[in-house]
Ligand binder design. Structure first.
Ligand code: ADP
Ligand code: ZN
Length: 617
């Protein structure tokens, strides 16, 4: 009796069945984070909203319930590249998945519909506009639908940073598919954006699952731009050879220029931006996804939904637009959970441009104020003195957050020194000069060194009152005052002028009620870079040297296998899986099945070939 009961599948709880699929199909030992809770909610037929950090494993939250519930699971996704990747990965794992997108030929489309109507598909990926086409909806409403997952759901919110008007149409799904559980997933959504998602997608009743925003594998750092930031970017890239990286640049020209400069230095870099035709963009994207070492220099037109797991660094050659954008963009590094870096270069003129753009927008005052606040919060984090990761997580509303212990500020806490008197001088000088000079001229004025100075200027009481400090310290202090909003920069078409900022705050500094401190220059920065170098060494050592030969051989095998099939290497196996294989050296299929990321289908397809590579190396 007892054994019969143990054998009976009906006694398995839905969540146990789900865990079985996770193991057999995806090769993962256990659910992590909030996955199990989200899956249980959807399996119970209820709507849900899941906010999980990038790399947190959002996809299985809808893939597994779609496989378990009767009917096909519809997945709405904003980008073809994202769909292609997920579908390819699913097919490799033996899941019946397909995508209907504008690239598909008529024959492909009818084949997909045939499979769907025969009940053979577990997952169908579509773009929002593709799904909401009347002809598509007409056919789908007659089908059994397991669930509807809306990926990158923050795209529905104008408040967020990736607003896509097409996403608004998805609100109608509630009436079109009553009784079908809908799941909104995203990696970034502050409280306001979450509210928008609920409202727009009619998910008022849905339970909300919000994971920690911690990304322990990411090491963050940021530096103020010094002179030509291109040089610095090239330096950073060249210090990280043989790995994949993404560099974000603020402009199309900047992207092209940087990519050229990198290529001239022998770095395999390509540029990507919306000004390129679609074919070139696709080719470059494919090149990047398929390569193990490739540097993508891109505007933010690139990235959403690009799931290349082995991106080892993201460099912002120009700062992101907000803390959300920051977290999402650097979040594209280290998706395989292996150590990765997020490095940001920023300057006070970037901040000035950001404010300028907001002022030029046709939006209500409240929205404008909200956007202005986001810019200030971003720069407070970038130019701050305390743990960056903690600052971001607090920004997202996490409580009880500890310092990460590995960002540049944790490793080398900047020493600060009081500069209130110097700040008073700088503010007074800016006031006397009446917003007619830029940052360099303001420093020269304080030092009494202005070239061809006019009689009026040298007669001012602030002329030469700052001889005790060096030009560098003055420039740093002026930046600091800009970041604190005490000075304001008018971009003035690339020849920025400096004037006084918030009058109330400036008065507080004059009266000595508000103290200004600046970072102690030089030594701090040197320590930072020394530690960075040391850590780079340890990252390479995460795989013991004696395993490197096998690891390289496995990568070579993967490269060939991927090329034969015309798919990116990581849909075959992630680096992390190859690393585990290299260190455990499985001798049998059974051993191999125990390794993370090796599910049944991959074991069947590649098991013997992998064991052969292990034996021979
Ligand atoms: P995202 O949330 O960014 O969409 P993905 O769904 O692409 O994340 O998953 C990120 C990575 O984590 C993938 O490599 C995936 O295979 C892996 N992963 C997902 N769930 C688990 C799990 N329970 N255990 C181990 N790895 C997992
Ligand atoms: Zn830190």
């Amino acid at each position: 009796m007892l054994w019969a009961m143990l054998d009976s599948p009906t006694l398995e709880s839905p969540l146990e069945t789900a865990a079985g699929i996770l193991r057999r199909t995806f090769g993962h030992a256990a659910f992590r984070g909030l996955q199990a809770e989200v899956i249980a909610e959807v399996l119970a037929g209820r709507h849900a909203m899941a906010v999980l950090p990038t790399g947190g494993g959002k996809s299985v939250c809808f893939q597994i319930p779609a496989m378990m519930r009767p009917g096909v699971g519809l997945v709405v996704s904003p980008l073809i590249a994202l769909m292609a990747d997920q579908v390819e990965g699913l097919v490799q794992s033996g899941v019946a998945a397909a995508r209907l997108d504008s690239d598909a030929t008529l024959d492909e489309r009818s084949a997909i519909w045939r499979r769907l109507e025969a009940g053979e598909l577990d997952l169908l990926y579509l773009s929002p506009e593709g799904l909401m086409q009347p002809t598509t909806l007409d056919r789908l409403v007659h089908q059994k639908i397991a669930l509807i997952a809306i990926d990158e759901a923050h795209c529905v919110s104008q408040w967020g940073h990736d607003f896509r008007p097409e996403y608004r149409m998805l609100g109608r799904l509630a009436e079109l598919f009553p009784g079908v559980p809908r799941l909104a997933v995203t990696a970034t959504a502050d409280a306001r954006t979450r509210e928008d998602i609920r409202g727009e997608l009619q998910l008022e009743e849905a339970r909300e699952f919000v994971a920690s925003f911690a990304r322990p594998e990411l090491r963050l750092s940021a530096e103020r731009k010094q002179g030509r930031s291109d040089r610095r970017v090239i330096e950073l890239v060249k210090a990280r050879p043989n790995r994949s990286g993404v560099i974000y640049s603020g402009s199309r020209d900047g992207t092209d220029r940087l990519a050229e400069a990198l290529k001239a230095e022998g770095v395999p870099a390509v540029a990507y931006h919306a000004g390129l035709d679609r074919r070139t963009r696709n080719e470059r994207l494919m090149h990047f996804l398929n390569a193990e070492e490739a540097v993508m220099v891109a505007t933010i037109a690139f990235g959403m939904g690009v799931d290349k797991p082995d991106v080892r660094y993201v460099i912002h050659a120009d700062p992101p637009a907000s803390v959300e954008a920051y977290w999402q963009e650097i979040g594209r590094a280290g998706r395989d959970g292996e150590p990765a870096e997020g490095i940001t270069l920023y300057g006070s003129s970037d901040m000035a441009w950001a404010f300028r753009r907001i002022e030029g927008r046709e939006v209500s005052d409240t929205v404008r104020q909200g956007q202005g606040r986001k810019v200030r919060q971003l720069y407070a984090m970038l130019d701050g003195m305390a743990c960056r990761a903690a600052a971001v997580r607090r920004y997202f509303g996490e409580e009880g957050v500890q310092a990460c212990g590995q960002c540049d500020l944790c490793l080398a806490p900047p020493e600060s020194t009081d500069a209130t008197v110097a700040a008073q001088k700088a503010l007074a000088a800016a006031q006397r000069l009446g917003g007619r000079v830029g940052r360099g001229r303001l420093a020269d004025h304080l030092l009494g060194k202005t070239k061809d100075v006019s009689a009026t200027e040298s007669a001012l009481s602030t002329w030469g009152i700052g001889k005790e400090l060096s030009p560098t310290v003055w420039r740093d202090l002026i930046d600091q005052l800009l970041f604190e909003g005490l000075l304001r920069e008018d971009p003035n078409d690339g020849r920025p002028l400096i004037g006084l900022g918030d009058a109330e705050a400036v008065r507080a500094v004059y009266r000595g009620e508000r103290a200004i401190s600046i970072r102690k220059p030089a030594e701090g920065a040197a320590v930072g870079s020394r530690q960075r170098r040391a850590r780079r060494g340890s990252e390479q050592a995460s795989l013991a040297p004696e395993h490197h030969t096998l690891f390289d051989a496995l990568r070579a095998w993967r490269r060939n296998t991927a090329a034969e099939q015309g798919v990116p290497p990581y849909v075959i196996f992630h680096d992390r899986t190859l690393g585990e294989i290299a260190s455990f050296r499985p001798a049998t299929l059974n051993d191999l099945a125990g390794i993370g990321g090796v599910g049944q289908a991959k074991l069947d397809h590649y098991g013997l070939a992998v064991l052969k590579v292990v034996r021979e190396n």
